[in-house]
Design a binder for this molecule. Structure first.
Ligand SMILES: NC(=O)c1ccc[n+]([C@@H]2O[C@H](COP(=O)([O-])OP(=O)(O)OC[C@H]3O[C@@H](n4cnc5c(N)ncnc54)[C@H](OP(=O)(O)O)[C@@H]3O)[C@@H](O)[C@H]2O)c1
Length: 251
């Protein structure tokens, strides 16, 4: 991204989000970075980045399952900078207390469906609702959401993982729909989904058995690749999902 821009990373306490913040601070000396998480007081690594950032990193409290916190975080960011060049939605869930990916229909539960859709699908859309004004300016801007290849309907050959697959497919539809609306009111804004590959984080940790070593990426590698994709996309790419190589993931 060009110098002296403002970026916002949503879901930055750990995993890929934390690494996005680290790399955005490292590659771009003039840039401001806003990072949000549910519990800033517990996000020790993010706080440590903040203390080393000479004021360039500011932390916002935001839980995507609580719309009031999204509204409040948007107000706080807008008070400090009305023009944002990059918003990255990273927060996502695959497993949590009392649920994990379903292997068969009998394991589907409404509680898990709600929990997973709320973060993975509704989260980025509600962030768009409250933050999109800051992308409406005369410079290029990107609104990116971490998706997953598993959300591709045409790529689904194995079945299973109903909640996660469905939530990412829904997120991709929201990405496309948002791209059409922003195309009318904010023509410099590019809206994309991103597949990071299989990355060694808490989200993938219980499912890493059987992933060949060379296909399990570090957060450093994946985020470097994704930031390159973000730099390369143009207005003709809006509404699409890209993997860490820059190849389109078909719906
Ligand atoms: N890792 C992979 O292999 C992989 C593959 C494909 C796609 N992805 C996608 O990449 C994204 C990042 O995944 P990751 O691997 O970095 O996962 P991770 O290490 O498990 O981190 C998940 C992040 O989401 C945040 N989060 C969860 N619920 C939230 C909520 N209600 N509000 C705000 N933040 C919330 C967590 O915050 P707390 O610390 O507060 O829990 C944490 O920062 C996800 O969207 C995931 O679906 C990952």
């Amino acid at each position: 991204m060009p110098a002296a821009t403002t970026s916002f990373v949503q879901g930055a306490s750990r995993g890929l989000g934390l690494e996005f913040v680290r790399q955005l601070l490292a590659v771009n000396d003039g840039a401001s970075v806003f990072a949000s998480c549910r519990n800033p007081e517990n996000a020790a690594e993010l706080q440590s980045l903040k203390s080393q950032s000479s004021g360039r990193l500011r932390i916002l409290k935001l839980d995507v399952s609580d719309e009031k916190t999204i509204l409040e975080a948007a107000k706080q960011l807008e008070e400090q900078d009305e023009r944002v060049s990059l918003i990255i939605n990273v927060a996502g869930v695959l497993h949590g207390p009392g649920f994990s990916p379903e292997k068969k229909l009998a394991q589907v539960s409404s509680q898990a469906l709600r929990a997973v859709f709320e973060v993975n699908a509704f989260g980025p859309l509600l962030v768009a609702k409250h933050f999109h004004r800051m992308l409406r300016h005369d410079r290029r801007s990107v609104f990116a959401s971490l998706s997953a290849r598993i959300g591709s309907i045409s790529d689904n050959r194995l079945g299973g993982w109903y909640a996660y697959r469905g939530s990412k497919a829904a997120q991709n539809m929201f990405t496309k729909t948002l791209s059409i609306e922003l195309g009318r009111v904010a023509p410099n804004a590019i809206v994309i989904g991103l597949h990071p590959g299989t990355v060694d984080t808490g989200l993938s940790e219980p499912f890493q058995n059987g992933v060949p070593k060379e296909k399990l990426f570090t957060p450093e590698y994946s985020v470097t690749r994704l930031l390159a994709v973000i730099s390369d996309v143009t207005s003709t790419d809006t509404g699409k999902v890209f993997d860490f190589r820059g190849d389109e993931v078909l719906p």
